[in-house]
Write a protein that binds this ligand. Structure first.
Ligand code: UDP
Ligand code: MG
Length: 308
């Protein structure tokens, strides 16, 4: 059995692959471990796959999986995890935002007796204010509404024992939120703090739209808080409505005031109720759409070609 498998999702990373390979190889050789590099090409539109094939032809530790189309980052990583054979497994981004050199530290930390060592971002360089803000906010909200402990400011860059990888393979959900699943499986987990670098070249594959989807996947997979919130909102609105009914009757039968003049309050009430109802239906919809995908039980991904 080899010591470490490295799983690297690739989406349009042609400008990063060679440098990534060099830096990974350097640190892994210096650690004196046996290793394999599993590159998962997630339907790249550039020439990433030919670079990978070229590397694989030259170096036997390089493995590639070419997916049939773009399935998204989390599924690409899952495809890689399905094929790892190492005693320990690293997930790392291809754009060199996760410094490969940190793998040596993660490895040393794990020797102190952990099954998961994740890399926690102290600072992130070169990312837009909005991305930093939304990421920060998201991780805070998530950790407040879930019962499990999902570490804040942590991506998927981490080292795991093969036991944890085996556990992940048994989790069949289609909407993957790996960092949550890894927290959920338990075992002894710890972290190392690091400075997140800028993307070396190319541009991010995560649009705000994808990020939003991803955030909803995380929340719906690990929390029923939004649905419970709907119930709470329902009760609150009902209480207010009940008081309004009593008040309306009171005005009509016990005062000389003209009830018909309540145009503004009527308008406010209708719009408010409409808003609450639509939001509630939307929240239910987010859960139901995920149930829908899970129920279909389609395979997570298809492999076009692979050398594993
Ligand atoms: N990625 C992928 N499929 C996608 C989008 C991204 O496999 O649809 C890979 C990408 O090549 C990189 C990692 O996932 O290795 C992280 O993506 P990116 O750097 O674009 O995200 P960011 O760091 O901006 O959140
Ligand atoms: Mg990146």
């Amino acid at each position: 059995m080899i010591d470490i498998s490295i799983v690297i999702p690739i989406y349009n990373e042609a400008l990063n692959i060679n440098l990534l390979y060099e830096r990974l190889t350097k640190v892994l050789l210096s650690m004196g471990v046996s290793y394999e590099l599993i590159f998962v090409n997630d339907g790249s539109k550039d020439n990433s796959i030919s670079l990978l094939k070229f590397l694989a032809a030259k170096h036997q530790e390089v493995k590639y999986i070419d997916l049939s189309r773009n399935f998204g980052h989390q599924i690409a990583v899952s495809a890689g995890l399905d094929k790892t054979t190492g005693k320990r497994v690293v997930i790392i981004d291809a754009d060199l935002q996760d410094p490969p050199e940190l793998i040596a530290d993660l490895y040393a930390k794990m020797n102190e007796g952990y099954e998961v060592v994740y890399a926690k971002r102290k600072r992130r360089k070169g990312e837009s204010f909005l991305k930093l803000l939304t990421a920060k906010l998201f991780y805070r909200i998530l950790s407040n509404i879930t019962s499990i402990h999902i570490p804040v400011d942590t991506g998927d860059f981490r080292l795991m024992d093969s036991k944890v990888v085996e556990a992940l393979r048994q989790m069949p959900e289609r909407h993957k939120f790996l960092r949550g699943q890894i927290s959920w499986v338990g075992y002894r987990q710890t972290f190392i703090a690091y400075e997140r670098d800028e993307r070396h070249a190319g541009k991010t594959g995560y649009t705000y739209r994808k990020m939003f989807r991803f955030a909803l996947d995380g929340i719906t997979a690990f929390s029923n808080f939004p649905i419970k919130l709907v119930t709470v909102m329902g009760f609150l609105v009902s209480i207010v409505a009940f008081l309004m009914i009593i008040y309306t009757f009171y005005v009509k039968y016990f005062t000389n005031q003209d009830v018909e003049r309540g145009w503004a309050s009527l308008m406010v009430a209708i719009l408010f109720l409409g808003g609450v109802q639509l939001i509630s239906i939307g929240i239910l919809g987010e859960y139901i759409s995920r149930i829908n995908t899970d129920v279909r039980k389609r395979p997570l991904y298809f492999i076009k070609e692979s050398n594993i």
